[in-house]
Each structure stands twice: as C-alpha cells, then as structure tokens.
Design a protein around this ligand. Sequence first.
Ligand SMILES: [Mg+2]
Length: 493
Amino acid sequence: MEKRLIETSLELVRDDVLVGLQDLGAAGLASSASEMASRGPVGVKLDLAKVPLREDDMEAFEIMISESQERMLACVEPSRLAEVQALCARWELECSVIGEVVEGDHLICTMGDTVVGDIPVAALVDDCPRYTLDPQRPARLDTEPVDVASLPAMGDASKLLEQLLALPNIASKAAIFQQYDQIVGGGTVIRPGADAGVIRLPGSKRAVAAALDGSGRRTWLDPRRGGRQAVAEAARNVACTGGRPLAITNCLNFGNPEKGETPYMFVESVEGMAEACEALQAPVVSGNVSLYNEHSGGPIPPSPIVGCVGLIEDAGKSIGAAPRNGASIVLLGDAAPAVDGSEYQAELLGGVAGRIPDIDLAAEARLIDVLVEAAAAGISHAAHDAAEGGIAVAAAEMAIAGKVGIGIELPPLAERDDITLFGEAGNGHVLVATDDADALLALAAKHDVPALLVGTAGGDAIRVAVGPTVAELPLAAAVASWSATMPALIGAA
Ligand SMILES: [Mg+2]
C-alpha cells in the first residue's frame, strides 16, 4: 500500500495535476487539513461521512485525529479530478473526495449535513498552546569522569574482545536487515552493514550515502555532548563511505517533557545537535519528535537519533569497510578513549557511570574532509570508525568485513590499555585501509588531522596491541562470536 501510495504521489506531482499534497502523520486529518488550509490561506470544509474508515462507529473527533501512514491528502482543481481518480485506479489505490476549499479561515467538519466542528485554522497551526518547559539541570550531571584507579583489574584482552563482539549493540545485525530487499530498484552501491548505505542516483554518476546514529546511554550521561556526538557520528559514518555530509534529519525520543529531568535533557541535546550541525554545515531538513516515552515510572534514556545523508560525486569511488589483503591501516584521530558511557563499561564493568568526553567539532569537520578527499582520490579503499567497543572492535569489524586478518599496534591513548582498546572517545577514530599510506598521511597532515600508520591487513587473525597488552583472536572465532547473537535473540523471540 505504501509503495503504491508513493508511486501514485510521484506521478501526481510529475504530471502537475495537483494544487497541493500533504502527508498524514501525527494527528491525522486534523493536522494535515489545517496545515494545508493555513498555507492557502483558505478555509477547508470536510465531510467526515466520506472518509474511508477501518472501523465502524467512529466518532467525528476520532476520524479527525486517527493516524494511518498510508494516506495522503491532495488538493485538486475540480476540472482535474478525473485525471487523479484515473491515476489512483491504475495503481489500485482507493481515493475519495472528502471535502472542498471554501472562503474564510476556518476548518469546518460535517457529518453529512450536520456541522460537527468549526474552528479557526490558526488555532490549530500558529496559535496552538505551547509548553512552558522548566529545564532543571539534574544534580546527577555534575558527576566527574570515572576514576580509572577505581576500576576492577583489567581482564584478559582477547577474552574481552570476544565478549564485546557478541554483545547485541555490536554483533552483526545481518539477521535483521537481510529480511529486507536491499537492492530494490537496482541502485544499491554499498549494502547495509558498512558505516553507511550508498545508493546510486538514477541517471547520474552521483550517489547518496545515508546513516543513522544515536546513543541514549551517552546522551543520558551528558545531553549536550550526546547531542553533538549523535550528529558527528552520523556525519562521520557517511564520510567513511566517501560521502560529503549534506543534511540531517532526526527522531527525538524522550520521556514526559513536563516533568523531572526530561525538559532539561531535551533542550540540552537539541542545543548540542544544533552546534554540531552548524560546525559540520549540515542543516536539519526534517524531523520527528516522540515524547512521553516512559517505563517503570521513569523516562526512557534521552535518545536523539540522527540520520545523515551525504553526497558522493562519483558512485564508483564510494568505499566500504573491507580492507584488501596487504593494505596498510592508518588510524585517523588521537582523542583519548574513555570508559564513561562505553559499551565496555555498560556491559562488562558493572554499568553506566561518569561523564562522556566532549567532542571538538572543528576537528571532526577536518576528519570528515580527509575521509571524503581520500575516498574521492582513490587513496583509501576502506574506512571504519570506532563506535561501541572502541578501536579494537572497529579493527575486528574491519577484518570480518574484509574476510582477512588485521594486525595493528596502538599508542597508549588512555590511562589504561583496556581503555585504549575498548574505550570510547568524544572525537572520532577512523581506521582507514590504503595501498598508499604516505599519500594518506600527507593528506591528513594537510588538514591538520592526527594520523598514524598502525598496521596492516593480512593473515587469518585479529591482533590489536597496546604496549604489552594484546587482544588476539582467530578471524573465524571473531566471526563466530559476532554472528551468533542476533539469530539467537530472534529465535528466542
Ligand atoms: Mg561507524
């Protein structure tokens, strides 16, 4: 139904037979009809008896506010109605004339001949009541970063790597995304599973890259930093495939904004996202807000989820996360990973605590420049950033993607070697595979981005070392840990 609706809408717009077209999202006809009227500005009169319903016995107000995504509201000149109806019939899509544009500035609803509602459009669109938020900073946020000296002794690094790869936030999601057709329309350049998906634009050399990111856990520890990082990570993931970030969309999932810490978390994370969007020159072009998400009497973790879309001028230059055998591996970025808010802390060290590190957005913008230029120049052939599980997990994921071993040696970036391996920083770390390390290092230097040749791809083991500490796994063992979790979870469900 959704597909037929999209195709019909595209043809209606292409053939220019409409005055206006509006989707029906939250608050159904009430919002779409009033928004359409407001843009006129005109009055709109709807006969609710003519609205197709899924249930009998719906009251007028229910018809007005009920939501169903598979609908569009079109405004059509009466002389062109037959064309619209013919097009809908061709796509086997039901369509109904439910009202008309009228003089004035009211939204009027009837049920047959009886008026059941009459309200100024402005009352629904511009003059609607607004929340007065009371953003109080929770004392919890004044927490200091975790004192590394207080952490339990470091476990066996190889065992930790194997455990991390099996955690649901890190493990392969193939069992989920393989349920969907990833090559619909034939334009897929990079399939799901890399940092971003890449789709060719029809009739063009160009392609778009798209990625979704966000961490409720990190945003809970610091909403402004979490908001900044959600945007930066989505943009970085797009850049890893060679895409120049163009714009973002978001879905802001929060608890009840009228109470507790939620208004503060909301305002701060939105401000953080705005700062990152400005620094990365990526405007917010759309979005969605989902509030009042509560469970067990409390709000969900504040979860701004960011989608970033970026442009790749030449689809043939887009890159995935799979290094070639013999490639040099260069680490871009030298930020200090922290245990605070990391997957390692949450799952293996007893729970989320502390304060996530901040992010230098100007440095992030330079990192993106290097990634985009390296891919476009053919200097890099794979790139993958560290996220949950840190640099060691990123290295393992690259090896798994490339079906080739990887051996890297990291400088100490944190107070303890396990935190260098598995901790998570504010700024990005990206592992880039190249056949010309000198060219990549020179490009990074030109953009003032820290870069270090840390190892090579080859063999059949994953080996990530920091000084005397080594996380080492046969590639097959890593694949086994990483692959088993989602099928087991889905099976159990
Ligand atoms: Mg990534």
